[in-house]
Write a protein that binds this ligand. Structure first.
Ligand SMILES: [Zn+2]
Ligand SMILES: [Zn+2]
Ligand SMILES: [Zn+2]
Ligand SMILES: [Zn+2]
Ligand SMILES: [Zn+2]
Length: 256
């Protein structure tokens, strides 16, 4: 599990933001670094919106089980990661399903689509070619043969059902709650997908997790319930009044 380390300069010598804040920014800075002013502005505008309009993405079996919770690093059929897709909405679209198009320039993917892995590569289609050999344009035709009528995988999931019988589901917090599905803590990280926060994930599960979210810190898990209310926002409040050194400590894996 690798935490992406990109240091945002605070403009003041020796002071940098912690890497967990970079997880919050995600791809939103377009690869350029925010200035401290831009970052403050961003926190005020984007974070409250994200807490409100958080979308959950999962790969669901015909029995209604979430066989995979999509995280920031989870690959799409288009070979790009979840965090490279549109995941922030000022208002949540009314129509269902909600499509999360890829934002990588030139990519034709119109909606995030999870494809299970078989070993290190996405599963094969019934045409025998791998998922990533297919077009990302609607129809998902194979680029390597002419007999394929569109990507269709008979790979059997751990739940016993074939991959093609599963759906990539995008839903709101309210929609998940209505079905009794976990939603976890509110966290303003970019492109959290289906991950239900830090405290809800046990350590054994985290080791198997390929989503790149990183393990929660002991301090985070041990903090009293009253302090769990929007912990990141509390941290922001704390950061404006206390020394920035407290933000540079990322060895506990607080990264989003
Ligand atoms: Zn893409
Ligand atoms: Zn995609
Ligand atoms: Zn095919
Ligand atoms: Zn093919
Ligand atoms: Zn399954």
């Amino acid at each position: 599990m690798h935490l992406r380390r990109r240091v945002i300069s605070s403009g003041l010598p020796g002071k940098v933001f912690g890497s967990w804040e970079i997880g919050i920014v995600g791809e939103d800075d377009g690869g350029k670094l925010f200035t401290p002013e831009e970052y403050e502005e961003y926190k005020k505008k984007v974070l409250p919106m994200r807490l409100q309009n958080r979308l959950f993405v999962s790969w669901r079996s015909p029995a209604g089980m979430d066989c995979k919770l999509v995280g920031p690093e989870t690959l799409c059929f288009c070979t790009h990661r979840y965090k490279q897709h549109k995941t922030d909405f000022e208002t949540i679209p009314q129509q269902r399903p909600i499509s999360l198009p890829c934002q990588v320039s030139g990519c034709r993917c119109r909606a995030y689509l999870y494809v299970p892995l078989s070993g290190a590569r996405p599963v094969r289609c019934r045409c025998k070619h791998f998922a990533d050999q297919h077009s990302t344009a609607p129809g998902f035709l194979c680029n390597a043969c002419s007999k394929c009528s569109g990507f269709h995988s008979c790979f059997t999931c751990a739940c016993g059902q074939p991959a093609y019988a599963h759906d990539t589901v995008v839903e709101t917090k309210q929609e998940r709650l209505a079905q009794g599905k976990p939603v976890g803590q509110d966290v303003p990280c970019a492109a959290m997908g289906g991950l239900t926060g830090f405290s809800s994930l046990a350590e054994g599960y985290m080791r198997l997790d390929d989503s790149g979210i990183g393990a929660p810190s002991i301090e985070f898990l041990d903090s009293p319930v009253t302090a769990m209310d929007h912990p990141f926002l509390k941290a922001f409040q704390a950061s404006s009044s206390s020394s920035p050194e407290t933000l540079t400590d990322d060895k506990n894996g607080k990264g989003c």
